[in-house]
Design a protein around this ligand. Structure first.
Ligand code: C2E
Ligand code: MG
Ligand code: MG
Length: 685
């Protein structure tokens, strides 16, 4: 027995661990000394002290022991590492190891040194050393455990805690806790246990319940054995990362959100759509685009703060009526997008859109001003002729565009023919530019009848586009595009010039006819507008007081003072100002008296619903009388309507009953023959 030990040691002449010729030397040492074969996880030699340490009867019994089956992977990996380190250089390692002689734990400080076996394999000479090192290091490690802010704890595999360092004790409230009680999210706890079973270790950022409330921790859990009992245990290291996580979450929130509305922003939308595509969850998803009708007017008239308030309100209302899983983002400006995932039916999607529109349509009040907001909507679904979200977005955009073109406050679901419609619209825009450049426009005139005197006293100039191939095109088919593109400024000037030229001609010919001309809101706010009017008014023969500009009610909303000054300047030049389509706009009658208005034109929808709308029409008649404005009823189509108006002393009537709009050349004839017409006769009778 002694021989073996001495022989083994003596054989390695080159090793610095060689004890030398005295065979009994190692065996007689009180220090436990053994040679460990790393490859086979067996002890090859051991002195008496080592046998005692390992609780073995003798060296032979110890040599027969097999360590592989009880050795954890981390220990065997560590030993392999030592083997490599010893091969590379002459090193020694001093460590506190817990040995398990016959399953009973025993912590000892061990020095490991290189040891080359006769067959040239690298083994390890192990020496259990005295207490001085052990004590110092034990004290240090105990101190470190006491003072660290890291929560270190040991749990029995079945749940209860075995050891908590002071930081963990303070945080976890108490000397013993159960593992699962720590977790805010029990699924995380189960996940950790499963993973640790499989790989021995897991790291996770999760929420733990602490004395300071629920906080975020960077948690590492390792499989180990309880040094006191040798039972399977879990070592937990927890670092509080709440502040870090909050800072990161805030940063992410800022990057993903639209600052004004707190909805998601464009960049988040894009990553969300990419994520849906990656997960193969894009099929059937609906993209709902919506955009606030006439948002620019709100901004221009009431200022950006009002505009912002409206957008915030829309965001809150839309979010509130959507399902939690629906995603809504603001793309910028007044454009919003909702992503509804594919499992929902068309009816579900329609319902969602309906809810959004109804929520937004409820009046909004900002700074004592009431806003009635509507939105135009475009919808497209993934999979209908598309295989990428960028296609679906484009389709939804086209559908939205079609809603706008169709008069706003509408929902349009994309279909392929719309692509053609958009191309047609682009063509129209090009043609219109050409038409403006070449002045392909003519004015038709619709007479205004003085009901009492039964005379034609005025005409409204209504523009027509004399299209080179299509013939006469009506204003509703091109005015909106002109408004949108800004072509209206040029077209408006053409109409004013042409209308006034005609008025001057009639005036010179001795015909007294009031001529009214339509002015679009955009044209009214054009900075050049007053100059154009001034130039026209300075022409020779300009019939001052006989040309009226028709504006709609919404032109009068905004900065009162500015508008009043503009209107004053216009009337000072000799133009009259009529309110067109009266009753369809912002229905605030108070403004009427603030502006110098010469005429009110009652919208034809009220006239056509007479006598039901009688009280309202009567009210407008009274209002006109009070402010000294002439009242014209538009859209008079029947003798009954005309008689009703006649009975209430409405000044003028305009409508198909009298005649449709006609070219200037036909007007003289019409006026001459009118007294003989059935309408004139009916009035006379
Ligand atoms: P508006 O200014 O309210 O003009 C009256 C419209 O009602 C005209 O349509 C006229 O033909 C139509 N109308 C007249 N009597 C009756 C009737 O008894 N029944 C019905 N159902 N309709 C009647 P039009 O000429 O198609 O013009 C439509 C609109 O286009 C005009 O409405 C006006 O807003 C705009 N518009 C026309 N010319 C111009 C223009 O030179 N500049 C601008 N900015 N807009 C114009
Ligand atoms: Mg008009
Ligand atoms: Mg009108």
């Amino acid at each position: 027995m002694k021989q073996t030990m001495a022989q083994t040691l003596a054989l390695d002449q080159t090793s610095p661990t060689t004890v030398g010729g005295e065979f009994d030397f190692a065996y007689r040492l009180d220090t436990a000394l053994w040679v460990f074969d790393i490859d086979h996880a067996r002890i090859l030699n051991a002195n008496a002290a080592a046998c005692e340490l390992w609780a073995a009867k003798d060296e032979e019994e110890l040599r027969a022991r097999e360590f592989a089956s009880t050795m954890s992977t981390s220990v065997s990996n560590r030993l392999r590492q030592y083997q490599t380190d010893f091969s590379n250089s002459d090193q020694k390692f001093t460590e506190l190891w817990t040995l398990y002689p016959n399953g009973v734990p025993n912590s000892v400080m061990v020095i490991f040194k290189r040891f080359v076996l006769p067959d040239q394999r690298m083994a390890m000479l192990c020496e259990a050393v005295g207490n001085s090192v052990e004590q110092a290091d034990n004290v240090r490690s105990a101190e470190a455990l006491l003072h660290t802010d890291v929560l270190i704890s040991l749990f029995n595999r079945s749940g209860p805690s075995l050891y908590l360092n002071p930081a963990a004790r303070n945080a976890f409230l108490g000397n013993t806790v159960d593992l699962s009680d720590l977790f805010e999210n029990q699924q995380d706890c189960q996940r950790i246990l499963r993973q640790v079973d499989q790989t021995g270790e897991m790291r996770l950022v999760t929420k733990l319940r602490t004395a300071h409330g629920v906080r975020w921790f960077d948690l590492t859990v390792k499989n180990c054995l309880d040094a006191a009992t040798g039972d399977p245990a879990l070592l937990l290291t927890c670092i509080d990362v709440s502040e870090l996580k909050e800072a990161r979450d805030t940063a992410r929130h800022l990057a993903d959100r639209d600052q004004l509305t707190n909805l998601y922003n464009r960049s988040f939308l894009q990553s969300h759509l990419a994520w849906l595509e990656e997960r193969h969850a894009a099929e059937g998803c609906a993209i709902v685009f919506f955009d606030v009708d006439r948002f620019k007017q709100i901004n221009d008239r009431y200022g950006h703060e009002a505009g912002d308030a409206v957008l915030r309100n829309i965001a809150i209302r839309a979010r509130a009526v959507l399902n939690p899983e629906d995603m809504i983002a603001r793309l910028g400006g007044d454009e919003f997008v909702v992503v509804i995932e594919g499992k929902d039916s068309t009816a579900d999607i329609e319902d969602r859109i309906d809810r959004i529109r109804r929520a937004i349509a409820k009046p909004m009040v900002y700074d004592q001003t009431r806003f009635d907001v509507t939105v135009s909507v475009g919808v497209a679904r993934y999979g209908d002729d598309t295989d990428s979200f960028s296609d679906v977005l484009r389709q939804a955009d086209i559908a939205l565009y079609v809603s706008k073109q169709g008069g706003r406050n509408k929902v349009t679901v994309f279909d392929v023919e719309m692509g053609d419609a958009v191309a047609a619209r682009d063509r129209l825009e090009i043609e219109l530019k050409e038409a403006v450049a070449q002045n392909q426009f003519v004015l038709y005139f619709q007479p205004r009848l003085n009901i009492e005197s039964r005379e034609i006293v005025g005409v409204e100039g209504l523009v027509r586009w004399n299209h080179p191939t299509r013939g006469i095109v009506m204003p509703n088919d091109f005015i909106p595009v002109c408004e949108e593109t800004g072509l209206i400024d040029d077209l408006g000037r053409i109409v004013l010039e042409q209308g006034c030229k005609q008025a001057i001609e009639w005036h010179k010919a001795g015909r007294r006819l009031n001529v009214s001309l339509n002015v679009s809101p955009r044209q009214f706010s054009d900075p050049q507008f007053l100059d154009t009017l001034r130039a026209i008014a300075s022409q020779d023969g300009f019939p001052s007081g006989q040309i009226e500009l028709e504006i709609t009610e919404n032109v009068l909303i905004g900065d009162d003072q500015l508008i009043a000054e503009k209107l004053k300047a216009i009337t000072a030049m000799g133009y009259g100002v009529a309110i067109d389509d009266f009753g369809t706009g912002y229905s605030n009658l108070a403004y009427i008296s603030r502006f110098p208005l010469t005429c009110i034109k009652i919208d034809r929808s009220f006239i056509q619903q007479l006598p039901e709308t009688g009280p309202l029409v009567q009210l407008i008649l009274t209002l006109g009388e009070q402010i000294g404005a002439c009242v014209v009823s538009e859209g008079v189509e029947t003798v009954e309507q005309l008689n009703w108006l006649n009975d209430r002393a409405c000044a003028e009537a305009q409508g198909y009953l009298i005649t449709r709009p006609m070219p200037a050349s036909e007007l003289s004839e019409f006026i001459k023959e009118f007294p003989e017409s059935e309408v004139a006769q009916a009035l006379a009778g």
